[in-house]
Design a protein around this ligand. Structure first.
Ligand SMILES: *[C@@H]1O[C@H](CO)[C@@H](O)[C@H](O)[C@H]1NC(C)=O
Ligand SMILES: *[C@@H]1O[C@H](CO)[C@@H](O)[C@H](O)[C@H]1NC(C)=O
Ligand SMILES: *[C@@H]1O[C@H](CO)[C@@H](O)[C@H](O)[C@H]1NC(C)=O
Ligand SMILES: *[C@@H]1O[C@H](CO)[C@@H](O)[C@H](O)[C@H]1NC(C)=O
Ligand SMILES: *[C@@H]1O[C@H](CO)[C@@H](O)[C@H](O)[C@H]1NC(C)=O
Length: 376
């Protein structure tokens, strides 16, 4: 070994000597090199400083107080790409104590096709609870935005949205987009995904207390044999995901801030779903249950907070329209059965229910606020 080391440099030196240029040429070359490097560095710096000032000039960073002052904080409209929002939202402060009075908020994230058709019911639900919630709407239909009145809690709350197709992986992208936008507000502590067909089953104070005090996330997760369970797994997902790790569950989740940051930051599992779970695989029913169970299983309650009725069979759950909405029916949904909450038996299993059509709105407005003791 030692011999080898001694032998090699000799021919190199002679080669170098052979091509050694005259002195003035070397100097010229050096000057040109320094100039080129300097120019490149300058251009590089200009571009990056622009980026930095753009990125650290955002309202949430400069005034953490403002978000606690009003319920409807800064409008979620911005011109950041998905990649930029996710990157920014993935930042977590290393100092865990907040240097300002922080009232934790619940982010209500509506994933809709068009407008939030049951908005008048939600308005009643939110009424009088300013500062404890924030609202985000992801709607593929941009015209859905124009009809929202200025005094509505939904006004100006539509985030930059993209097309979503049922069962496609872009559904997960929309969920991640909602989470990332909601994470930009440091006061948001819990994140619940809802559809335009969802209603609340309890008043705001009950929902808020239940979520803020929960020790668990609510991502439904179970292992299911057969074609609509393990049958949707593809061997190509290994070794990132093994068949024993494959889970199924409702798309309608509720989670706390730390898990939300993990979800938007995940590239590894998401890319497997992106590549191998589309169409008949229904990634919205498998991505979160599989990801959360594998990496954060002990934080999960493994159940959903959103009631739905699959009893009639078929690929779609029961839809409730005008005549279905009676006081007895809503009472039944509220007292569904007993569930475990923070390790103890609790009467509340579901805080929300679906699927309600716009035809149910009138009756809901007449019955629900009184039955559920909304702030009137
Ligand atoms: C960035 O900050 C400057 C002053 O601090 C302000 O004039 C400008 O509007 C801000 N830009 C954005 C995008 O917030
Ligand atoms: C932030 O809020 C605290 C109390 O919550 C207040 O004392 C302080 O002045 C506020 N700071 C700003 C910059 O508004
Ligand atoms: C939604 O409406 C608000 C208020 O009119 C407007 O500022 C915003 O640009 C609209 N957003 C979209 C995506 O159309
Ligand atoms: C909310 O509903 C609960 C019963 O579910 C009731 O005890 C409570 O007083 C109500 N809260 C308000 C603010 O009306
Ligand atoms: C949910 O499931 C995970 C893993 O399967 C388990 O570790 C966790 O304890 C379960 N959660 C509850 C509340 O039982």
């Amino acid at each position: 070994m030692k011999n080898n080391q001694n032998h090699h440099p000799a021919p190199m030196i002679s080669l170098f000597k052979l091509f050694n240029p005259p002195l003035h040429l070397t100097n010229l070359l050096t000057v040109m090199l320094i100039f080129a490097f300097g120019s490149c560095f300058g251009i590089f710096l200009t571009f990056n400083l622009q980026n930095v000032s753009f990125n650290f000039n955002f309202t949430q960073f400069s005034h953490p107080n403002t978000s606690t002052a009003t319920a409807v904080s800064d409008p979620p409209m911005h011109d950041m790409t998905d990649e930029e929002v996710i990157w920014r939202a993935s930042m977590a402060p290393k100092v865990r104590d907040y240097p300002f009075e922080r009232t934790p908020k619940v982010a209500f994230m509506f994933l809709t096709r068009g407008p939030v058709v049951l908005a008048p019911l939600w308005e009643r639900f939110f009424n009088g609870n300013d500062g404890l919630y924030s609202v985000y709407v992801h709607s593929s239909d941009s015209s859905a935005n124009v009809t929202v009145p200025e005094d509505s809690v939904f006004y100006g709350r539509r985030i930059p949205s993209k097309d979503v197709e049922w069962g496609k992986v872009n559904m997960i992208e929309a969920e991640r987009r909602l989470l990332a936008n909601a994470l930009l507000d440091f006061s948001n502590q819990r994140f619940v995904l809802l559809s335009e067909a969802c209603i609340p089953l309890f008043n705001f104070s009950t929902v808020y207390t239940y979520l803020i005090n929960s020790k668990h996330n609510f991502v439904e997760s179970y292992d299911l044999e057969g074609p609509v369970g393990r049958g949707r797994y593809s061997n190509k997902m290994a070794p990132t995901i093994d068949i024993e790790e494959w889970r199924k569950g409702s798309q309608w989740f509720e989670m706390e801030r730390d898990l939300a940051i993990e979800v938007i930051s995940d590239k590894n599992y998401f890319s497997v779903f992106h590549d191998f779970c589309d169409g008949q695989c229904y990634s919205d029913e498998h991505y979160l249950p599989t990801f959360v169970t594998k990496l954060f299983g002990e934080t999960n309650a493994n159940r959903t907070l959103t009631f739905v009725d699959w009893a009639r069979g078929g690929p779609h759950p029961t839809k409730y329209t005008r005549n279905d909405v009676t006081e007895e029916f809503l009472v039944k949904l509220r007292n569904d059965r007993s569930c475990e909450y923070n390790g103890k038996k609790n009467q509340i299993c579901h805080l929300f229910a679906r699927k309600f059509t716009s035809h149910a709105l009138d009756r809901l407005l007449r019955i629900a606020p009184k039955l559920m003791q909304f702030n009137l």
